[in-house]
Design a binder for this molecule. Structure first.
Ligand code: FES
Length: 157
C-alpha cells in the first residue's frame, strides 16, 4: 500500500508549496516534513513527494541521497551527525567520534537497539569556527568535548 500524508500534513505541504513560484522549489521543506511523518524517505515516499511536486522520482532520489540530514533508512529519535572535515578533524573530531562510539555502543551509520540514537559522520556542517562540531537533528553544537557531549546526551529524553 502506498504511503499517504495525514490530512494535517497535506495542508502544511500545500501552504509551503504555495510560497514558491514553481512547485519543485519546495522540495527541501517537503522532504523534511516527509521524514518527520514517516521516519525515513524510502522509494515509496520518494514517489509520493514526486507526485505532489510534479517531478520524476529520480529527482527526489537525487536530493535525498545528497543531503545527510535526509535518510532512506529509519533513523533513531536523535540523529547525531559529527563533522569529520578538515577543521573539525584538526581539532579532535576523530577522538570525539571514538568517544561517541564507545558511549553509544554503535559505529557510525548505526542506530542504538532502543532506536534512540543514530550516529553518522558527515562533511563540513558550515560551522568550522566552532570546531569540532555536531548536529543533533536540527540543533548545532560546537567546541565539543566528552564532558559537553555527556551533558547534551544526558539531557535528551
Ligand atoms: S570542518 Fe567541521 S564544520 Fe566545517
Amino acid at each position: 500500500m502506498s504511503p499517504e500524508f495525514s490530512e494535517k500534513t497535506k495542508k502544511k505541504i500545500e501552504e509551503i508549496v504555495a510560497r514558491y513560484p514553481q512547485k519543485e522549489a519546495a522540495i527541501l521543506p517537503v522532504l523534511h516534513i516527509t521524514q518527520q511523518e514517516f521516519g525515513s524517505i524510502s522509494a515509496e515516499e520518494e514517489k509520493l513527494v514526486a507526485r505532489i511536486l510534479g517531478i520524476k522520482p529520480i529527482s527526489v532520489r537525487e536530493i535525498v541521497t545528497f543531503y545527510t540530514m535526509l535518510s532512506r533508512e529509519s533513523l533513531g529519535k536523535y540523529h547525531i551527525q559529527v563533522c569529520s572535515n578538515l577543521s573539525c578533524s584538526l581539532l579532535g573530531a576523530g577522538n570525539f567520534v571514538d568517544y561517541l562510539v564507545e558511549k553509544l555502543g554503535i559505529e557510525p551509520g548505526e542506530t542504538t537497539p532502543d532506536k534512540k540514537f543514530t550516529l553518522s559522520t558527515v562533511e563540513c556542517l558550515g560551522a568550522c569556527e566552532r570546531a569540532p562540531c555536531m548536529l543533533i537533528n536540527f540543533n548545532y553544537y560546537g567546541e565539543m568535548d566528552p564532558k559537553k557531549v555527556d551533558e547534551i546526551l544526558d539531557g535528551l529524553k
